[in-house]
Design a protein around this ligand. Structure first.
Ligand SMILES: NC(=O)c1ccc[n+]([C@@H]2O[C@H](COP(=O)([O-])OP(=O)(O)OC[C@H]3O[C@@H](n4cnc5c(N)ncnc54)[C@H](OP(=O)(O)O)[C@@H]3O)[C@@H](O)[C@H]2O)c1
Length: 231
């Protein structure tokens, strides 16, 4: 029988928010493709084992362009209803004057350039009514930056937002929905132990916000409660 389920591709689904998103889309009866890097076993492998074949795992180190092209080639016959780039890094709260060139390059390449390379490369796989989402952060909001801190991480998410605006302008006639998502402050390795929310408190709202915008072309910077985040 023909499988009529929708399909989500989640980039960076090994743990925490990405893993939570994969789990949420399985719960919503979608097929899910999740990426991990390296050959180690992750929480996504446990989820796949319990998914009755609805979750498949692909390998992607997002900072390697040839791995992005290889993933696109492997998925060439698939149609995605959602492409969601979740992966990102932080390297700690260091004032920008103390950040090394190597660290600056690593965070910018990982958080700003690589997600855009994924979006540019995998875009043809996304259905015309589908959604391309990227995990941003309210820390990427220039308007909300009144307290400073996390200089490099903030700058990388602002750069990501700016690059998505350029992408949206370049593809102004595109019928796909574009989302920059702020998941809230969530207890993960990246968010730290003092964050306000657990993954299970953030992710249903993230998925709900994605669903709410489905079929609405244009670019939206929104949070897990569906609220607009100022640029
Ligand atoms: N936590 C928060 O409070 C918060 C707030 C706002 C926004 N966000 C955003 O939410 C997203 C997820 O954050 P998180 O808190 O869940 O972070 P996390 O626990 O550190 O997980 C990061 C994920 O990204 C993957 N990843 C990192 N670099 C990668 C690369 N070069 N190629 C492929 N995968 C890579 C990691 O894979 P490995 O397991 O292989 O390392 C992991 O799956 C990020 O975009 C983050 O900026 C988080």
């Amino acid at each position: 029988m023909h499988d009529t389920r929708k399909t989500a591709l989640i980039i960076g689904a090994s743990r925490t928010l990405g893993l939570g998103l994969a789990s949420e889309y399985l719960r919503r009866d979608w097929n899910v493709i999740g990426t991990v890097r390296g050959s180690g076993r992750t929480g996504l492998h446990d989820l796949a084992d319990a998914s009755a074949g609805r979750l498949t795992i692909e390998s992607l180190e997002m900072t390697e362009p040839e791995q992005i092209s290889a993933l696109r080639d492997r998925l060439a016959r698939r149609t995605l209803d959602l492409l969601f780039v979740n992966a990102a890094i932080t390297r700690g709260d260091i004032p920008i004057g103390d950040v090394s060139t190597a660290m600056f390059t690593e965070v910018m390449v990982t958080n700003a350039l690589s997600p855009m390379r994924v979006v540019e490369s995998l875009r043809p796989l996304v259905a015309p009514t589908g959604t391309i989402g990227v995990m941003s952060s309210d820390q990427g909001s220039i308007a909300l930056n009144t307290e400073g801190g996390q200089d490099l991480y903030r700058a990388s998410k602002s750069a990501l937002n700016q690059l998505m605006r350029s992408y949206a302008a370049r593809h102004a006639a595109d019928t796909r929905t574009l989302l920059l998502m702020d998941p809230g402050w969530v207890r993960t390795e990246l968010g730290g132990p003092d964050a306000e929310l657990g993954v299970e408190e953030s992710i249903p709202g993230v998925a709900q916000t994605i669903e709410h915008h489905q079929g609405k072309p244009g670019l939206y910077f929104v949070d897990h409660l569906g609220q607009v985040v100022p640029w």
